[in-house]
Design a protein around this ligand. Structure first.
Ligand SMILES: [Zn+2]
Ligand SMILES: [Zn+2]
Length: 372
């Protein structure tokens, strides 16, 4: 987000003097804030975006983030799966394992009924054979979910805060606490996030419309047994497994927005096997970053050790089978919650830990074989 001098930070395009300065003050409340930074996308479902197919005016439906009903059915026991969920009982975030109905798993609203069925038919109706088209569709799922979440976040932030209050008052009066700054930075991050995801989405959509599925590079791994979780994630890591940071030259300006390489990971058990599909755009900067990322791991076992820590840390869109969770010790469950609640800033640290201590036992092994 780029702003003129004097322009209001809320993104209205007006000068602060004529915009938020005229609104009532917002009283900062840590508790509300923490609820807000929790799973707001799921909580605030009131904004309806149009179907993302061009020229489509059909109403959007709810789509499951974990694609293919068969996967959720596989994970569920008596119709239930586990997620790690954040609450803020005393104003501080607390992460716990929560059992939820299979139908309560993560949803997004980007597609009308017809386009949802048509777009995902090759992975919903056909067995997974690892074609470029199927791999792109698994990846597209995370992009669409992220687009929806970024849109909801942006809209929620706007209607609940910026349209109502002057949340910048103390900031400009020089009484800013760290939280105010975080508030404002979050807004800017949210706008950037949206722009970035939108751009990714447009590239995927063009690939689908032109049936050119070769825009992505994939690293796919197949295990000859079934695991007890599934995820559908868009993630960005600035850390390489050996602890090196992302090369600053790889963070390029594309158009007006800062552009960071992102990778999608779809991971699911299916038909006696497990598939892990990691995808990123062929464009040079992405290839260089994630190419390096994978080049630092020598065996599939090392990839799994890194992902074991990385996936629960980075993604909310991960669901565990009760078969797996019930097999964990209380200590292992606590460790999983700790990892799931780690600040994204600490992700690098966790990944390093995962990599550097390959021989040291992590409290949980998400990639262990389960028998459903
Ligand atoms: Zn304003
Ligand atoms: Zn449509």
């Amino acid at each position: 987000m780029k702003l003129r001098v004097g322009e209001c930070l809320c993104g209205s395009g007006e000068d602060y003097e004529r915009c938020c300065k005229l609104k009532p003050r917002y009283t900062f409340d840590y508790h509300t804030y923490n609820q807000f930074i929790g799973k707001r996308a799921r909580q605030y479902d009131q904004f309806k975006m149009p179907c993302v197919f061009s020229n489509c005016s059909e109403p959007v439906i709810k789509s499951h983030t974990i694609q293919n009903n068969g996967i959720l059915d596989r994970l569920a026991v008596d119709g239930h799966v586990y997620e790690t969920d954040g609450t803020a009982p005393d104003g501080y975030p607390k992460i716990e394992l929560k059992k939820i109905g299979r139908n309560e798993t993560s949803l997004f609203r980007c597609l009308c009924n017809r386009h949802d069925a048509e777009l995902f038919a090759p992975i919903e109706k056909q067995p997974y054979i690892g074609s470029d088209e199927q791999n792109l569709l698994y990846s597209f799922r995370s992009i669409l979910f992220s687009l929806w979440k970024a849109t909801e976040n942006r809209n929620y932030w706007k209607t609940e805060y910026f349209d109502k209050y002057n949340i910048f008052h103390d900031f400009f009066e020089g009484r800013a606490g760290g939280m105010y700054e975080q508030f404002i930075l979050s807004n800017i991050a949210m706008q950037d996030d949206y722009a970035r995801i939108r751009m990714l989405h447009d590239k995927y959509m063009r690939a689908v419309e032109e049936r050119d599925f070769s825009i992505l590079t994939h690293r796919c791994f197949e295990l000859d047994y079934e695991i007890g979780f599934a995820c559908c994630s868009l993630l960005y890591t600035n850390t390489l497994p050996n602890g090196g940071a992302i090369d600053p030259n790889l963070v390029a300006e594309v158009g007006k927005e800062n552009y960071y390489p992102q990778m999608t990971v779809a991971c699911f058990p299916n038909d006696g096997k497990t598939h892990i599909i990691c995808s990123w755009l062929n464009e040079d900067i992405d290839n260089a970053h994630y190419g390096k990322f994978f080049a630092q791991m020598r065996t599939t076992k090392e990839v799994l050790d890194v992902f074991n820590i990385m996936l629960p840390t980075i993604t909310e869109e991960i669901y565990y089978s009760p078969v797996l969770i019930d097999s964990l010790t209380p200590k292992a469950k606590a460790e999983l919650c700790r990892v799931a609640g780690a600040e994204p800033m600490l992700v690098g640290q966790y990944i390093n830990t995962g990599y550097q201590w390959l021989n040291k036992k992590c409290g949980f092994d998400l990639f262990r074989m389960v028998r459903y």
